[in-house]
Ligand binder design. Structure first.
Ligand code: ACO
Length: 426
């Protein structure tokens, strides 16, 4: 508590509300007392609402800052790796050498999924979207681990965290293999986390797949850049679901469902579709006109963010990684040129400048993933894989202290109470 107070005046009534200060970021007005005075607060889309206290991630959208445990995302992307970042998110501190070795070994020794799980995949149509499959199979994990589902037991929670981080790449790669009609590949625990994922995606039982270290590093970096983003829509979904006491696998499945939307994680897939539809540079002006037309629902996908109103620091690293990967693989991608031109036009156009719309993390990730050979339908699955430690970290944080079920209220604008009208009188 900061000792500061905010005064809310409603008619002739005045209400002193406590103001809380975090370690960084704006002060927060505690509005709990308005309820006992007969009011609700109103904030559709939670534009100005802090739903919880958290120590995991800090974002300053105006300055383009993203910190995990206080460490800038640019430094983590350059100097750390994904599993170390997972440890940081789960524990609040970077691991020392022994802690890292132990964590990596625990994750890499839980990469296999129950053999029975493959029958869940076989229940889906081959042309099912991999995100639909992921919602189902991740939720289904709770049917396999019901012996460790006591959410009040810290050890059970810890085991679920390791299992989810370890098994997500296996389940994600299986969702691709199933859609391609290829045999599932078992994980290889002698490989690194990203390397193993690429192996399960692209190797077959009849042909080994030599993972290019540049590609593995880029994949790992994509995971790091997606690892957490404080109270975004999918993480808030995980927290809200978790607040009912639901098991961790059900909570993460709910997070995956929320992530799938094109306004959230589905945007990386939508960016490539958009570039495909535009076709070539000569059509860009027409496209931008449609985006700016109030009567047209077309959006510049991969642009804009609820929180970042300056630039998305992840997009900067992603753009750099994109250049590195395309150069290293000798890929000349006309879609990248189109994306660059689109970015240049938008960054100099009054419509986007005045609305503070800048490229977000999804603008470039799709182009890298395409260069690596990942099919478009898997883009959001890879986002889900990368975001898993963030979801779990928030779920663990919520369970580490007393919490209430999340139950928002509403501004009701429907009919007032009235008597039932019998059919012959309607
Ligand atoms: N293209 C064109 N116009 C846009 C875009 C866009 N991508 N984004 C916002 N705008 C416009 C809106 O139409 C609105 O204009 P108006 O003031 O004239 O009505 C103004 O900018 C403000 O936009 P809001 O929708 O109020 O912004 P909000 O914070 O609610 O939305 C969102 C953020 C959903 C990300 C939005 O920018 C968007 O849809 N972007 C495209 C999808 C996308 O890339 N999503 C990925 C987000 S990052 C992530 O999840 C990893």
């Amino acid at each position: 508590m900061s000792g500061k107070k905010a005064t809310l005046t409603i008619g002739d009534k005045s209400l002193d509300l406590p103001v809380h200060s975090g370690t960084m970021g704006p002060d927060v007005i505690d509005v709990k007392d308005v309820l006992s005075n007969g009011y609700f607060t109103y904030d559709p889309g939670f534009m100005a609402t802090s739903a919880c206290e958290s120590k995991i991630t800090f974002i300053d959208g105006d300055k383009g800052i993203l910190l995990h445990g206080g460490y800038p995302i640019e430094q983590l992307a350059e100097k750390s790796d994904y599993l170390e970042t997972c440890y940081l998110l789960l524990n609040g501190e970077l691991p020392n050498a022994a802690q890292k070795e132990d964590f990596v070994s625990r994750v890499m020794n839980h990469t296999m999924v129950h053999e029975q799980l493959q029958f869940f995949y076989r229940g889906f149509r081959r042309d099912a979207h991999p995100m639909a499959v992921m919602c189902g199979v991740v939720g289904a994990l709770s049917a396999f681990y019901h012996d460790n589902l006591d959410i009040n037991d810290p050890e059970h929670r810890r085991i679920a965290a390791i299992r989810l981080i370890a098994k997500m790449p296996t389940m994600a790669a299986m969702s691709y293999k199933y859609s391609a009609g290829q045999p599932f590949m078992y994980p290889r625990n002698d490989l690194g986390y990203a390397e193993n994922f690429l192996h399960m995606m692209f190797a077959t039982p009849c042909a080994d797949y030599k993972v290019n270290p540049i590609v593995a590093r880029a994949m790992d970096r994509i995971f790091v850049l997606h690892a957490d983003h404080e109270q975004n829509a999918s993480t808030s979904t995980v927290r809200l679901t978790g607040s009912t006491g639901a098991n961790p696998y059900a909570c993460i499945a709910a997070g995956i469902a929320a992530l799938w939307g094109p306004s959230h994680g589905g945007a990386n897939e939508a960016v490539l579709k958009m570039l495909d539809e535009i076709g070539d540079v000569s059509k860009l002006d027409d496209f931008i006109k449609r985006v700016k037309d109030k009567n047209d629902s077309t959006k510049l996908m991969g642009f804009g963010h609820r929180v970042y109103k300056n630039f998305d620091p992840r997009a900067k690293v992603m753009k750099q990684t994109c250049d590195e990967v395309l150069t290293a693989l000798g890929i000349h991608d006309p879609q990248l040129e189109l994306a660059m031109k689109l970015e240049e036009i938008a960054l100099n156009d009054e419509y986007f400048v005045s609305r503070k719309l800048y490229p977000n993390v999804d603008f470039y990730s799709g182009i890298i993933l395409k260069a690596i050979g990942i099919p478009t339908s898997m883009f959001t699955v890879i986002f889900a894989l990368g975001r898993t430690p963030g979801w779990i970290a928030h779920w663990l944080e919520m369970h580490s202290a007393p919490y209430k079920i999340s139950r928002p209220r509403q501004l009701y604008t429907g009919p007032v109470q009235r008597d039932f009208v019998p059919m012959d009188k309607r």
